[in-house]
Design a protein around this ligand. Structure first.
Ligand SMILES: [Zn+2]
Length: 81
């Protein structure tokens, strides 16, 4: 796992901010659901595939080839084809 070299402090409410460059690189807009795993002393944050990879919605999402896609985006794709 590559280190970003970024160090952030946890605030009084237990929150940290992920660097914008990292969120952009991993296509993680606001409201992206994150799965939290613990491995020993490591905390692993992973985009949840329960969210649509196109719009970030968590409603009516189906997983195709490991990526979530919502019904609304499926309908938009159908309309464009
Ligand atoms: Zn969508």
């Amino acid at each position: 796992m590559a280190s970003t070299g970024v160090i952030r402090e946890i605030d009084n409410l237990g929150r940290i901010t992920l660097p914008k460059e990292l969120r952009d690189h991993l296509s993680m807009p606001a409201k992206t659901p994150i799965a939290i795993h613990v491995e020993g002393t490591r905390i692993i944050l992973e985009k949840s595939n329960r969210a649509c990879f196109l719009c970030g919605s968590t409603e009516d999402v189906k997983v195709l080839n490991g990526k979530g896609v919502c019904a609304s985006c499926v309908e938009q794709i159908k309309a464009e084809l």
